[in-house]
Design a protein around this ligand. Structure first.
Ligand code: XIL
Length: 311
């Protein structure tokens, strides 16, 4: 039947995937990525620790290889990510506060200029909030306060006016304290004319726990004139998988897909991997896994069929 990519595009959204430079050597992964997915997010290759591991020494090779793969297969690319507390080299977190803004601006300007015109979007800032909605006390916040977000967005816009600029976070999918903080920040940035185009909701879900308020939450952001996207979807389960869990996972993927289709301004969904073998879940959540649309042999799971049927 038609691919996920084709079905999604026929409904006016994209269905994407994340792949790493190492996946480029795996013909099974590249074959599925290019045939089934219309958007590529580099898993790690555009993060600060890869791009600028020491001050002013930029390494765009790995990211470039992924952008080339995407272009060769008529896929778009989401840039991920410019400013993030994690995978941040210690030379940045050890800078005196007075030097952090300069380092941040130089990193954004150099990176976004390098990829200018080649990206659908940038996750300009990733994961800036704690679960209670307060700002994460990272190097950027310590040096600049919450104003680092506006500064990062303005710097990115100046470097690449064609990339849509996103803020991206997790556990912001439903209505809660953390998504309230994201909403209040987005509203404030928009009212000040700060360049902000979209909000990314990572979507690292637990089996059977898609928030019932997902639609209402996405809609409050689109009401601000922003687009929204599910940027890193996976649905993890306690291992081993069984028929009942896989059926529930199918309902979960269908529910996310139906919600995006129902929200005007939800532009797409990206899964965080191609299949279970290349998913981050087992390494990060011990005892859990089977979180993607493809099984350990890259065969489509019930969630694949459910997603196709939802599209
Ligand atoms: C993960 C990658 O998948 C891993 O390979 C890496 O070791 C750590 O980062 N939220 C994000 C992603 O925004 O960048 C993370 O990716 C997963 C959680």
């Amino acid at each position: 039947g038609p691919s996920l990519r084709t079905l999604a595009e026929s409904k006016g959204i994209y269905f994407g995937t994340a792949i790493s430079q190492f996946d480029l050597g795996n013909a099974t992964i590249t074959g599925l990525a290019s045939s089934q997915f219309g958007m590529l997010t580099p898993t790690n290759e555009m993060k600060w620790d890869t791009v600028e591991s020491s001050p002013g020494n930029f390494n765009f090779g790995p990211g470039d290889r992924l952008v080339s793969f995407a272009q060769a297969n008529s896929m778009k690319t989401r840039g991920h990510t410019l400013v993030w507390h994690s995978q941040l080299p210690s030379w940045v977190s050890n800078l005196p506060n007075s030097q952090v803004q300069g380092a941040m601006r130089n990193h954004i300007t150099t990176t976004a200029t390098h990829y200018k015109g080649k990206l659908y979007a940038w996750d300009v800032v990733n994961e800036m909030f704690n679960e209670d909605g307060s700002f994460r006390n990272d190097a950027f916040y310590r040096a600049m306060g919450s104003g680092f977000v506006a500064d990062a967005l303005r710097t990115a816009r100046a470097a690449d006016p064609s990339a849509k600029l996103y803020l991206n976070d997790y556990n912001t999918e439903g209505l809660n304290a953390k998504s309230d903080a994201m909403y209040n920040l987005a509203k404030s940035l928009k009212s000040q004319g700060v360049p902000l185009d979209g909000i990314g909701f990572q979507g690292h879900f637990i089996l059977g726990q898609i928030p019932s308020s997902l639609k209402a939450n996405l809609e409050r952001f689109t009401a601000l004139g922003l687009e929204v996207a599910i940027t890193e979807l996976d649905v993890r389960m306690p291992l081993p998988a069984d028929g009942a869990k896989l059926a529930q996972q199918g309902r979960d993927f269908a529910s996310v897909t139906n919600t995006c289709l129902a929200v005007k301004g939800c532009v797409g969904i990206s899964q965080w991997a191609v299949g279970d073998p290349d998913s981050w879940v087992p390494g990060t959540f011990p005892g859990e896994g089977a979180a993607t649309l493809y099984d350990n042999n890259y065969q489509p799971k019930p969630a694949y069929t459910a997603t196709v049927n939802a599209l």
